[in-house]
Design a protein around this ligand. Structure first.
Ligand code: NAD
Length: 351
């Protein structure tokens, strides 16, 4: 099948395939849209079963970045790259340098950063061969703490701000006493729990690994539940912070929360599930809007901005969500539908 006939092809500006025999690099870079600026998006290394799977992923993910950056008011377009292979077995510094050459050959149309299977060390190897690598260093954190290059603190703060604005919108109250169920206590989920606990929220948590659960019980007085229980709890807010596609016909039928606001990417199994949530009266914070803190962080580090400017930008996530909610209510459409429209207005009309 050609790229142009692929079901995930969406008028992508450029899709480039790279092969380097010496290092075994097999990679695809997809640039979805650059009307707002160069396409920024992470590089993912994954043992795709075949090139069709890799192409599908890179086309879908690069499109998602156009929407995320547009809604975060960044002068960036959408792009992404994938490397076919198992990062634990096949990755070498030479392969990363070859990937750097691939990125360089795009002439600045595409800037890469971290994603699954790619570390800061890998990005530094790429940067030996390319001027278009982000996420190799961090000068500051939004809260003034020492930066270690991990964007998760910014992502978690953005999700916290967005969750708070969503609760205010749906329930007309602050977070004190509001119950929140967090699915996944990883890099983002744990930090989100810290913020929520400070504001007096009542926490319910789960994870498939026990590591952070006991800690959450002790530090936050959180109630620990089984992974299969978390989405159906009788709570005010559900915050998905683990994997995607968790909002489907079955899980939505059992949801009792008034708000869904969390960090996970691609939370809706299908776009139509946004409408199913609306019909049930559940306010859904579009994932790519509320979880944009990571890309916002990378942008500020890359442009030598300041911690204060980064923090103000992250806090804008709350206002953006409220704008989406108001517009969606006026038109009686799902929040994800309205968000997609606003993003498209921004990046398609900039031509
Ligand atoms: P992470 O891997 O550190 O944390 C995910 C946690 O979810 C892990 O502790 C894992 O054990 C747990 N988990 C996995 N399956 C689960 C299940 N079935 N039930 C309960 N828990 C489960 O990842 P992260 O960096 O915290 O990211 C969380 C989500 O947010 C991901 O979907 C990621 O794509 C998205 N996201 C992250 C960032 C970022 O800056 N890290 C930015 C944007 C979006």
């Amino acid at each position: 099948m050609s790229v142009f006939d692929h079901h995930a092809f969406d008028n992508h500006e450029k899709v480039a395939f790279f092969h380097d025999e010496k290092t075994g690099l097999k990679a695809i870079i997809a640039v979805h849209n650059t009307h707002l600026g160069p396409a920024l998006g992470g590089c993912r290394m994954w043992p795709y079963a075949n090139s069709e799977e890799a192409l599908n992923d890179v086309l879908r993910l690069s499109k998602g970045m156009s929407y995320k950056s547009a809604m975060a008011n960044l002068k960036l377009g959408g792009g992404k790259s994938v490397i076919i292979g198992n990062p634990r077995e096949h990755k070498t510094d030479d392969m990363m340098r070859a990937m750097g050459e691939a990125v360089q050959s795009m002439g600045g149309k595409y800037i890469t950063a971290e994603d699954s299977g790619i570390s800061v060390q890998d990005l530094r190897a790429m940067a030996e061969r390319s001027d278009y690598i982000a996420g190799t260093h961090a000068n500051f954190r939004y809260d003034g703490a020492k930066a270690d290059g991990n964007p998760a603190p910014s992502t978690a703060y953005g999700v916290f701000v967005g969750l708070k604005a969503s609760v205010q919108h749906a329930m007309n109250c602050e977070l004190e006493g509001v119950s929140v169920a967090i699915q996944g206590l990883g890099h983002v989920g744990w930090r989100l729990a810290e913020h929520l606990h400070k504001e007096g929220a009542k926490l319910y948590v789960t994870d498939i690994y026990p590591d952070n659960l006991d800690k959450a019980r002790q530090q936050f007085g959180a109630t620990v539940v089984e992974p299969e229980e978390i989405l159906a709890l009788d709570v005010d807010v559900v915050a998905p912070c683990a994997m995607g596609a968790i909002l489907n016909d079955d899980s939505i039928a059992n949801l009792r929360a008034k708000v869904v606001a969390g960090a996970a990417n691609n939370q809706l199994a299908e776009e139509r599930h946004g409408e199913v949530l609306r019909e049930k009266g559940i306010l859904y914070a579009p994932d790519y809007v509320i979880n944009a803190g990571g890309v916002i962080d990378i942008y500020h580090q890359k442009t030598d901005s300041t911690a204060d400017a980064l923090k103000a930008h992250l806090e804008g996530i709350g206002e953006t969500l409220v704008e989406i909610y108001q517009r969606a209510e006026q038109k009686q459409v799902a929040t994800n539908t309205e968000s997609n429209l606003i993003a498209e207005e921004r990046f398609l009309n900039q031509a």
